[in-house]
Ligand binder design. Structure first.
Ligand SMILES: Cc1cc2nc3c(=O)[nH]c(=O)nc-3n(C[C@H](O)[C@H](O)[C@H](O)COP(=O)(O)O)c2cc1C
Length: 379
């Protein structure tokens, strides 16, 4: 049996396989208030498997942290019941579930941040997008954070981590990828500060360290993961030396003994594959700097997922798009069954349709048999 389908210890948890659900923002919370909806609980419950790990879509830690209308948040009481329904649905099937925590930084719009300018480490020209009631729109101009504002944001991460605990999650993942606020501090294309949070990489990881330590103060390191995207292009982010920067980041994270390091391969940009023919590269060079479990993500299929775990460059593989349309993905991959194609038009907002109405392989087979019988009877 390929290692992909074998058990693994990840931080505090013994998983029974390594096929992980990648976090996917699907813009299906109830408005106003970013309240997790019943269809979200269905979605995560359907994708749960005994001993499998799911990472739930990015949840904003404050109003200032929001980027996309309809996306999840975790900073007020009315959101808690919805989150509890999600953790309950996953636990009912014996699954483990982590919540990804995010601050969008400059990837936002005044309509999402409560009418104030989005914030970033520095003011750098940016032509990215946010989602408002008008759909995808250009991000609003941002302003540089004052050094005295940073402890407040770190505290927002801590409070959100506590809420995640209260909602019954098994852990949290810090979103330090895809050009959002933590990533904006790490990479020198977006961090041009001259204070103790900018300049050399030792300073640029200060915000990462502080937010991570806030999450660890609530959960302990063995229940906290971190997601990064070396050389990723989502969010107009860039660094002058990504390999050196992220090797350093990985070694810093290694020193905390966190549950896992989650790495998005640069062949993928956000929700799309840029370079179909590129082999994984980031996990390869980061493996040397991180001794705990590595989750690889971005453009994997059955064959390449099995291969990367066998090679030792990664220990688990997170699937986004394939998991969106195959609720029983771990089962299908294990038994080499055909996959249902994903529906891009339903990625960013919508109803249950092409979201929580995908069938498992067994359900689709039963339906096919029933249809054939009906047709034979009516013939
Ligand atoms: C609709 C959609 C929403 C996404 N939202 C998030 C998110 O909230 N957080 C995150 O870290 N990545 C997000 N991603 C990226 C995925 O986690 C994953 O890295 C990407 O889909 C590549 O993996 P895949 O090739 O298996 O789909 C999103 C991707 C899609 C398709």
């Amino acid at each position: 049996m390929a290692k992909l389908f074998n058990p693994l210890q990840v931080g505090a948890y013994t998983l029974s396989h390594r096929v992980t659900l990648a976090p996917m923002t699907r813009l299906r919370t109830t408005q106003p208030g970013d309240v997790p909806s019943a269809m979200m609980a269905d979605f995560y419950g359907q994708r749960a498997s005994d001993g499998g790990l799911e990472i739930v879509e990015a949840a904003s830690v404050s109003v200032q942290a929001r980027s996309y209308l309809g996306a999840a948040s975790i900073y007020h009481d009315d959101q808690m019941e919805g989150w509890q329904a999600i953790t309950k649905a996953v636990h009912a099937k014996g699954g483990r579930v982590f919540l990804q925590l995010i601050h969008g930084g400059r990837q936002s719009h005044v309509e999402m941040t409560g009418g104030v300018d989005p914030v970033a480490p520095s003011v750098v020209p940016f032509d990215g997008v946010a989602v408002t009631k008008d759909g995808f729109v250009p991000a609003s101009p941002h302003r540089a954070l004052g050094i005295d504002e940073i402890p407040g944001i770190v505290e927002d991460f801590r409070a959100a981590a506590q809420r995640a605990k209260d909602a019954g999650f098994d852990g949290v993942e810090l979103h330090a990828a895809n050009g959002y606020l933590v990533d904006q501090f790490i990479q020198d294309g977006t961090n041009q500060r001259s204070d103790s949070y900018g300049g050399p990489i030792q300073n640029r990881v200060r915000f990462l360290r502080e937010t991570l330590e806030a999450l660890i103060s609530v959960w302990g390191a063995e229940r906290v993961g971190v997601r990064i995207s070396p050389s990723g292009e989502w969010g107009g982010i860039s660094d002058s030396d990504p390999e050196a920067t992220f090797s350093y980041v990985a070694s810093v994270l290694d020193s905390y003994k966190i549950a896992y390091l989650h790495v998005i391969e640069p062949r993928v940009k956000g929700d799309d594959t840029l370079h179909h023919d590129h082999a994984p590269v980031a996990t390869k060079y980061l493996r040397k700097h991180f001794s705990g479990p590595i989750i690889a993500a971005g453009g994997f299929d059955r064959e390449s997922a099995i291969a990367i775990v066998e090679s030792g460059d990664a220990d688990l593989v997170a699937f986004g798009r394939h998991f969106s349309s195959n609720p029983d993905l771990p089962y299908r991959l294990k038994h080499d069954l055909p996959l249902t194609p994903y529906v891009r038009a339903a990625f960013w907002g919508g109803s249950e349709k092409a979201y929580s109405d995908f069938l498992t392989y067994e359900e689709s087979q039963a339906l096919e048999t029933r249809t054939t019988v009906d047709e034979a009877e009516n013939a």
